[in-house]
Design a protein around this ligand. Structure first.
Ligand SMILES: [Zn+2]
Length: 90
């Protein structure tokens, strides 16, 4: 009788799991997702410094962990930030 490895003991897929994380700021908890260099196709304006995030530049996307009252979806509140600007935000 051979023992096949259980699928429960296989390592999880860390890249997928690491994609989203959380930040606790003064105004609550935000979900953050890192956008790798070369993965964005648009320019965005960073709310932290009002400067452009050029397309293809690595940055992060954030949205509220809980949608604000009356909002259909937290995804409407998605914002693109320079990684450093987000880290400096309180
Ligand atoms: Zn910025």
């Amino acid at each position: 009788m051979s023992r096949r490895p259980s699928k429960h003991t296989r390592p999880a897929r860390p890249l997928l799991l690491a994609e989203n994380s959380y930040s606790d700021k003064q105004d609550g908890r935000w979900i953050t997702r890192a956008i790798a260099a070369g993965r964005s196709v648009k320019d965005y304006i960073c709310p932290g410094c009002n400067q452009r995030i050029r397309s293809g530049e690595a940055h992060i996307v954030v949205w509220p962990y809980e949608p604000p009252l009356g909002a259909v979806s937290a995804v409407e509140f998605r914002r693109h930030w320079h990684s450093n600007c987000w880290l400096r935000r309180r």
